[in-house]
Design a protein around this ligand. Structure first.
Ligand SMILES: [Zn+2]
Length: 262
């Protein structure tokens, strides 16, 4: 066997070992690491009760009105809340629900910025709050990035590829969505149809994607009406009524009160 062939073989072996140390392609069925698109967090049971998940998903719904001048039914009803549950799992009674860090809602039209989906808006708000020298946390930039790993992001709809990627780069502890991308498509919402779990399962190397707990379609029975009327024939969400081609808050609406209750 020629010496040059042995040298090349050894070099290729070294390169493949080096690549493996940075993770392997979990999405490639020919790879021994292939998991069929599953992420590790799918295997562990949810440590928090559904009532807690429902409380925070309703808060994500409430973020829509908080940020959209009181309207609970904006056209782009993508709201989010970022929560610290780390104390909840320790189990102290007063902190069982967790602590809200920030909220966000789709602000593309208001700010003329196509990246301001609800999740990105919430992440921006949290980063600002976490690093505010006059705020409650006063963290440095690196400390704030690290802190995201303790936080849970709730969003009224499954994140698009941009937002799923931001959640991965943020290293969030948990990601909880409500209405799914297939349901949005069934209402004719324009979508890039790549599910969050696929984005997560394709993330390799030193990313936390495979540690993030993903919970899907939480409280979807309450969020789907927020997305049903814009492109398909559908009634306005509860607490709202038709005005022109849009939906506005009903004059006698109790939706805000009802949704803030658990
Ligand atoms: Zn998005």
């Amino acid at each position: 066997m020629p010496l040059s062939f042995i040298v090349w073989a050894l070099l290729l072996l070294r390169l493949s070992c080096s690549a493996e140390s940075y993770g392997c392609d979990l999405y490639d069925p020919s790879n021994p690491c292939y998991t069929g698109g599953r992420v590790d967090s799918d295997l562990s049971p949810d440590p928090l009760p559904f009532s807690t998940r429902a409380y925070w998903m309703r808060r994500a719904i409430g973020a829509l009105a908080d940020i959209n001048e009181g309207s609970p039914c904006p056209f782009a009803a993508f709201g989010a809340v970022i929560v610290n549950h780390t104390a909840s799992e320790i189990g102290t009674a007063e902190s069982q629900l967790g602590q809200e860090v920030c909220i966000g809602a789709n602000s593309m039209a208001r700010d003329g910025n196509p990246t301001l989906h609800g999740e990105i808006a919430a992440i921006n708000n949290c980063s600002r709050i976490l690093t505010d020298p006059d705020g409650p946390y006063k963290l440095s930039g690196p400390e704030a990035l690290s802190a995201l790993g303790d936080l849970s992001l709730y969003t009224t709809a499954e994140a698009c590829p941009m937002c799923s990627s931001a959640i991965i780069y943020g290293g969030f502890r948990e990601y909880i969505f409500s209405t799914s991308i297939p349901t949005l498509r069934s209402y004719d919402w324009p979508q890039i149809v790549i599910r969050s779990r696929e984005i997560f399962s394709r993330s390799v190397g030193r990313l936390s994607a495979h540690r993030t707990r993903i919970l899907g379609e939480v409280l979807a029975n309450e969020t789907e009406e927020l997305f049903r009327w814009q492109f398909a024939d559908g009634d306005c969400p509860r607490g709202c009524e038709k005005e022109g081609s849009g939906c506005v808050k009903s004059k006698n609406s109790d939706a805000g009160t009802r949704r803030d209750e658990l």
